[in-house]
Every structure is written in structure tokens, then in C-alpha cells.
Design a protein around this ligand. Structure first.
Ligand SMILES: [Zn+2]
Length: 312
């Protein structure tokens, strides 16, 4: 059973942010390229999910798990737990060819324009395994066998090994082969006490940290840098006008009744979790207090103490 699903909140926030930044903003290019990279990573992770989810009937699966171990943050792309063992599956997305050098403990990628070194994925996974063991100990849970795998998400990535091929093949494979590798381990530990994997999974989930995405703060983008306005769902123009209870696009003449919703949620998503009447009027480019109240009332609830509106 998949008890924790991967979400794309971070990508959604990037999209909202990019749609409301001036392209001339000094941070725009950086935000844009980080977004492209994360999006590629997310697509790779979903490709791997597709194969791992086949194991869901007999295992407990947690996707994108964040734990605090010995005061440090640990993030796992995938954790699968069966009655025999726990499996960490880290996802790597590379274009071109990758080389594991077992003698030099080196990991490089060659995308035909340049060769570049990266942190060694196996050392990283080994560290995660140790941290997960430490976490179980911290929680006074019995130790369990933990294995790790590196899933190469793009089937066209060429995997090369310099040195001991077998050593690498034990833990590295294209995503489609990972379920089989996991199953090979399943037959072995059958003489131990079965792990209550669902129970452990729920325990892990409760301990998991909710990830908070504070993109504006991370990039030092100020609320004033966020462009106000209602975006036209037809042509994308930012600056629809309120006219007789509807929104009119001055560019393509499209009429919408709902276009303000996206703008209100962008505000809550990016700037702060509450919005006052004044902030709403500024953000939607309207002058009437009553109209702002009417629009806010339909989407949000009023918090009297803060004199602001927030999500239900
Ligand atoms: Zn338009």
C-alpha cells in the first residue's frame, strides 16, 4: 500500500512564482533554471514510481519522506518496507552516460558536451541507510535489515562501470529492473520475525516532517516583486478588468467569472497564508471594498482576530 504519495507542491509554487515575476528581475533566470531542473527530477521520480508501485500489494511504500535524525534532516526519495526488510530507492536523473569508478570511488556524467563529477550516489545511499538505522534506534524500534538501490530514471541513460561491475550492478539499475532486485532480497530473510510494515510505515509517516516551501524567502524575493493582477485564462495577459460582475481581458476580450480565484490562491501560496481586504483589492486591482469581500467570502473564511481571510 502506498501510504505517502509524492506531491508536486514545490513545482506548483515555482510555477506561480514565475508567472508573477518580471522577467527582468535579477533572480528570474535562477528561479527559472532551478524550476526546470526540479521539474525534470520530478518527472524522473514519477517514472520510477510507476515501477515501484507494482510492489504496493505486498509492501508499504512511502514516497518523498523527510525525517529528522540526530538533529539533521534526511530526505528519502522512496522507502519500501516488506515483512522482511526496508528498501531505500534513490532516484537519479542523468542525460547521456554515467560512469561509476569503483577504484577511485568516483562518479561522473558525460552528456556529450562536458564531463562532470557528482557526489557518489552509492556513498550517499549508504549514509541514508546508516541514518535510517540511527533513526530506528532513536525511536527505540528494533533494528531491521535495510537495503538500498539507485534507480536511473531515464531508460536512455547509459550506465558504465570502471572496475568492479558486479559491485555496482548489485545496487544500480534502470528503474524497470529495481522491483526484481528488491524481490531477490525478499526470499532471504525469511527466518526472522516478520516486520509489521504497515504499522512501521504509519509510525514513520507520523514522524515525517512536513516539507515547507518558502521559495520567496529562499531566493530573497520581496512581496513587492510579485506582480499583482488577474490573469486572463485565454491569452495569459495579467490585468483583467472587473466589469459588471465579470472579468474582461482588454487584450483578447475574453470574459471570465472565475479568473480571480487563481490570483487569490497565488497570493496565499506565495506571499502569506492570509489576505486582508486591502491586500486583496491591491492584488486584484479593484477599488470596491464590497466586491473584494464578496469574492473572498466565496473562497475563504474570515479570521476575526487577524482581520484577514484564510483557507478553509
Ligand atoms: Zn486575454
Amino acid at each position: 500500500m502506498i501510504i505517502k504519495k509524492r506531491n508536486k507542491t514545490e513545482l506548483d509554487q515555482y510555477e506561480a512564482l514565475l508567472s508573477r515575476m518580471r522577467p527582468e528581475h535579477p533572480k528570474f533566470r535562477e528561479v527559472e533554471s532551478d524550476y526546470a531542473r526540479r521539474k525534470k527530477g520530478y518527472i524522473g521520480e514519477r517514472q520510477v514510481d510507476y515501477y515501484l508501485e507494482d510492489l504496493a500489494p505486498e509492501m508499504t511504500i512511502l514516497q518523498d519522506l523527510n525525517l529528522s535524525v540526530e538533529g539533521k534532516n534526511m530526505q528519502l526519495d522512496n522507502l519500501l518496507i516488506s515483512q522482511y526488510a526496508a528498501y531505500i530507492v534513490e532516484v537519479k536523473n542523468f542525460t547521456g552516460s554515467i560512469t561509476f569508478d569503483t577504484e577511485l570511488q568516483q562518479f561522473t556524467r558525460d552528456d556529450s558536451t562536458q564531463e562532470k563529477g557528482f557526489r557518489h550516489p552509492i556513498q550517499q545511499a549508504e549514509l541514508q541507510k546508516q541514518r535510517l538505522q540511527a533513526w530506528l534506534q532513536e525511536m527505540n524500534l528494533p533494528p531491521i535489515p535495510i537495503y538500498y538501490f539507485i534507480a536511473i530514471s531515464d531508460p536512455s541513460t547509459i550506465i558504465r562501470v570502471e572496475g568492479n561491475k558486479e559491485e555496482i550492478a548489485k545496487v544500480v539499475a534502470h528503474a524497470a529492473h529495481i522491483p526484481n532486485k528488491i524481490k531477490q532480497h525478499e526470499d532471504r530473510g525469511s527466518n526472522q520475525q516478520p516486520i509489521q510494515h504497515q504499522k512501521l510505515g504509519h509510525f514513520l509517516m507520523q514522524a515525517a516532517r512536513k516539507r515547507e516551501y518558502k521559495l520567496m524567502r529562499n531566493y530573497e524575493i520581496r512581496p513587492e516583486d510579485i506582480l499583482p493582477g488577474v490573469r486572463c485564462p485565454g491569452c495569459g495577459y495579467l490585468g483583467m478588468r472587473r466589469l459588471y460582475g465579470k472579468w474582461l481581458c482588454p487584450k483578447c476580450k475574453m470574459i471570465s467569472k472565475e479568473a480571480h480565484k487563481r490570483a487569490i490562491y497565488d497570493y496565499l501560496f506565495l506571499i502569506q497564508p492570509t489576505i486582508s481586504n486591502r491586500e486583496c483589492r491591491r492584488h486584484l486591482n479593484i477599488s470596491s471594498k464590497n466586491i473584494a469581500t464578496k469574492l473572498l467570502k466565496k473562497e475563504l473564511v474570515y479570521d476575526k482576530t487577524k482581520r484577514s481571510w484564510k483557507n478553509r
